[in-house]
Design a binder for this molecule. Structure first.
Ligand code: 4NP
Length: 162
């Protein structure tokens, strides 16, 4: 049996953007029958919310779309994640820079990129931080994450012949 592919989504707090990417992608992977082949996790570059459930506004938005992220708990990104994951996907350029500052090796840099590099309609390449805005921001994040996760899954299926 081949090794599973391991995907890590990373934002700042690990309570809004990366948990919804984690939940949405995990659900798409399960629906495709690939749960043993693609391992999904998320983390934040910051430590403020470690151990917390996702933001209630993000949980409600995900729930409206049929995705339950209530059991996820925030954790902080650490340098050892570069060894444990094959694809490390940052929600914005600040998250990307903060992670690359911890990279010890070109292989760490090579597997780390913007999540929206996979988005067919990538805009400015970043998932906007919804934390200080209104409910519409969470819906915008959901829509970006949903279509980008579809494209990411297709890319992984093609690359790894799942
Ligand atoms: P996230 O959103 O990075 O998508 O989880 C944020 C959550 C918390 C904070 C900022 C962004 N904060 O400043 O506490």
């Amino acid at each position: 049996m081949t090794q599973p592919v391991r995907v890590l989504f990373v934002c700042l707090g690990n309570i809004c953007r990366s948990p919804v990417a984690d939940g949405v992608f995990r659900q798409k992977v399960a629906e495709a029958g690939l749960s043993g082949k693609i391992i999904v996790d998320s983390a934040g570059t910051g430590s403020w919310h470690v151990g917390h459930a996702p933001d209630a506004r993000m949980m409600r938005t995900a729930e409206r779309h049929g995705v339950d992220i209530s059991r996820l708990r925030a954790r902080q990104f650490e340098a050892s994640d570069f060894e444990r994951f094959d694809h490390v996907l940052a929600m914005d350029r600040s998250n990307l820079a903060d992670m690359l500052a911890l990279a010890r090796d070109t292989s760490h840099e090579d597997k780390t990129r913007l999540f929206r590099d996979h988005d067919p309609d990538p805009g400015d390449g970043q998932v906007p931080d919804p934390y200080y805005g209104g409910d519409q921001g969470f819906e915008t994040v959901y829509n970006i994450v949903d279509r980008t996760c579809d494209a990411l899954l297709e890319e992984l299926r093609a690359r790894h012949e799942f």
